[in-house]
Write a protein that binds this ligand. Structure first.
Ligand SMILES: Nc1nc2c(c(=O)[nH]1)N[C@H]1C(S)=C(S)[C@@H](COP(=O)(O)OP(=O)(O)OC[C@H]3O[C@@H](n4cnc5c(N)ncnc54)[C@H](O)[C@@H]3O)O[C@H]1N2
Ligand code: MOO
Length: 408
């Protein structure tokens, strides 16, 4: 009897990190308009103070705060109105005791003042402004360099750029940046039963899902999917296809054929093609136990279990992990929310168990409910908001226990 020689999830991650530690990626200089979802190849050092001058955060009157102390609606203070500061122009004047200038939100503060009274708390009385509320020093002011200081590192190498980051880069005048080239990913789905989603089904056939879910996951991770294909369960056809993909891909994902069936060739074919070959076959995780990981030359190969839930869960645990390692992205924090599990969930100790769940908000608590199903049912994952992880040494979860839901 042949049994899988399984490793734990942590052991598998360590082996993957070791195997692909020296991965070298090219860099490219691109416009920030094309950079969302890309990974920075260099730290970004802020070249200018943001803002470059003290700005008002409200529409109001630029004042010396001391001049407003004690002002109230019943006993207002009076300041002489001098002029207005124009938006986008240098404020070439100085506020002196007893004076004030009108300043719009975002306008430059003149010399001498230290705060701004919101217009709602003032009244115009001829040439005077009646101040009905005091302001503290610094109130309603964004100081020079308060947003960002020249010389700060705003983003580190490996950071994955989000829309707010693109805006920030524009704000510091950095419109072209160095990012890592996109990892080239090839996806091969194996199985005699698989047909393209557009084809009519004959009995015994199913529409290919994994090519699509894995492709979407790779794109979300900032990769370029250069090949998507179905290959029949035929050893030579699979070998030819993998060989071709290895030549121009950083990562090859092979879905199906990872288990022990008489048509499960993935492991042997990888070993046939080149070295060092397969270094993991079997991980103590549920779902996804028959996972394969290998390397040919510098290319990473993953034999993902064919069951659609297993394929995507294993992608998230190991393929995403490798991608973030290659891109030097150390900031990965899987978003989670906490809540109480609604029922007992048994788990076989010895395997890290991923349970698909939904989230229900009640008045005083967040309730986490399992979505039942088998790893062949992708609807189980499509209907879920995330998963709960039951650790290897845990026997299960007890109703009411606090759990973390990792969102996907
Ligand atoms: N005797 C054993 N049988 C199985 C074991 C085992 O340890 N011993 N492990 C089971 C587990 S766990 C899993 S997971 C699967 C893994 O199977 P394979 O990776 O060999 O994949 P296939 O047999 O090719 O397919 C499994 C299942 O998934 C469907 N599938 C495959 N590709 C796609 C696709 N692109 N889109 C949608 N669905 C797909 C396929 O039709 C099968 O139903 O093995 C168990 N068996
Ligand atoms: O452990 Mo397999 O990956 O679920 O069906």
């Amino acid at each position: 009897m042949e049994l899988l020689n399984t490793v734990t999830v942590e052991e598998a991650k360590n082996k993957i990190r070791e195997a692909f530690g020296g991965f070298s990626l090219k860099q490219e200089n691109i416009s920030i308009l094309d950079a969302v979802g890309r990974y920075l190849a260099k730290d970004i050092i802020v070249p200018i103070d943001v803002p470059g001058f003290d700005r008002s955060t409200v529409d109001g009157y630029a004042v010396i705060s001391k001049d407003t102390f004690g002002a109230s609606e019943s006993v207002p203070g009076f300041l002489k109105y001098k002029d207005q500061i124009e938006m986008g122009k240098k404020a070439d004047v100085t506020v002196r005791t007893g004076n004030c200038y009108y300043v719009p939100t975002g306008g430059m503060l003149p010399e001498g003042c230290d705060s701004v009274v919101m217009i709602e708390y003032t009244e115009v009385l001829g040439n005077d402004i009646c101040i009905q509320r005091p302001v503290a020093p610094g109130e309603n002011v964004l100081k020079k360099g308060e947003d960002l200081k020249r010389g700060d590192i705003i983003f580190k190498k490996g950071h994955k750029l989000r829309p707010q980051d693109i805006g920030m880069l524009a704000g510091i005048g950095t419109i072209n940046i160095d990012v890592y080239e996109k990892l080239r990913v090839s996806i091969i789905s194996t199985g005699d039963e698989l047909v393209s989603p557009t084809e009519d089904l004959k009995l015994g056939q199913i529409k290919d899902m994994n090519t699509y879910s894995l492709s979407a996951a790779s794109i979300e991770d900032g990769c370029n999917v250069i090949e998507r294909t179905i290959v029949k369960d035929h050893r030579d056809l699979l070998k030819n296809k993998i060989e071709e993909c290895v030549k121009n891909s950083h990562i090859v994902l092979i879905s199906g054929g990872s288990s022990m069936g008489n048509k499960d060739f993935t492991k042997d074919v990888i070993n046939d093609i080149g070295s060092p070959g397969v270094f993991i076959h079997g991980v103590s995780v549920k779902p996804g136990k028959p996972t394969i990981v290998g390397k040919i030359g510098t290319t990473a190969l993953f034999g993902l279990p064919g069951q659609p839930v297993s394929a995507l869960v294993i992608y998230k645990i190991f393929v995403s992990f490798l991608i973030n390692n290659i891109y030097y992205n150390e900031e990965v924090i899987n978003q989670y929310i906490e809540g109480e599990i609604s029922v007992n969930i048994p788990s076989a100790p010895g395997r890290e168990h991923y349970v698909m769940v939904n989230i229900r908000e009640e008045i005083d608590k967040t309730v986490i409910e399992p979505v039942y199903g088998k790893s062949g049912m992708l609807s189980m994952m499509a209907k879920a908001r995330g998963y709960v992880k039951i650790k290897t040494n845990q026997e299960g979860l007890i109703k009411g226990e606090k759990v973390r839901v990792f969102l996907f």
